[in-house]
Design a protein around this ligand. Structure first.
Ligand SMILES: [Zn+2]
Length: 185
């Protein structure tokens, strides 16, 4: 129930539901490592394309590999092989907000405990992500360390599949196929 408007401003807007939040997807950059506390229990994986922005060299966005290999429009139009990506809900210390970290296959190889096929519960662990070299495209590295906080001090994990489906413009019947396949590709 809102209060009467004051100069056209309506106060008393309901608190948005957690599912309505926009949660940023983050990766480490060469000069900006990321340290997070993991909220998800395991990595959620899918196959992803990188779509470069023709108007802005060096930038672009991720897009899901959505259909069987012989009919995915990005496979056909770009002649590009989709890549494995893994996603984890996490608490980002430096911005004090919930994020989704986007993990490359190299990060999983660097830290095999992240591999969802291994079945480790990752919630509560601290994860540091950084680049092996000087470029933002150099191999992503990952290190996990033991928890030092109690679980009840952590926020709930975001619904990573739902957040990504929204980011990628998919509805509930989107053809994105998430899984927990291992990264040993
Ligand atoms: Zn594809």
């Amino acid at each position: 129930m809102g209060k009467p408007p004051i100069n056209g401003v309506e106060f008393g807007t309901p608190v948005p539901q957690p599912g309505d939040r926009w949660i940023p997807v983050v990766q480490p950059r060469a000069k900006a490592p990321i340290t997070v506390r993991v909220l998800s229990s395991k990595v959620l994986s899918t196959m992803v394309h990188w779509v470069p922005n023709a108007l802005k060299p060096g930038s672009g966005h991720s897009a899901p590999h959505t259909k069987p290999d012989d009919t995915c429009p990005l496979c056909i139009e770009m002649g590009q092989v989709p890549r494995w990506h893994g996603y984890l809900g996490a608490w980002h210390h430096s911005t004090s907000r919930v994020v989704i970290v986007d993990l490359s296959v190299h990060a999983i190889h660097a830290c095999s405990a992240l591999d969802p096929a291994r079945g480790h519960d990752l919630r509560g662990l601290e994860l540091r992500l950084y680049r092996a070299g000087a470029g933002n495209n150099s191999k992503m590295m990952a290190e996990l360390s033991k928890l030092t906080y109690k679980d009840d001090e952590l926020p709930d994990a975001p619904d990573v599949a739902k957040c990504l489906a929204r980011l990628w413009g998919l509805n509930n019947h989107g053809m994105l196929r998430f899984g927990d396949a291992g990264a040993a590709l």
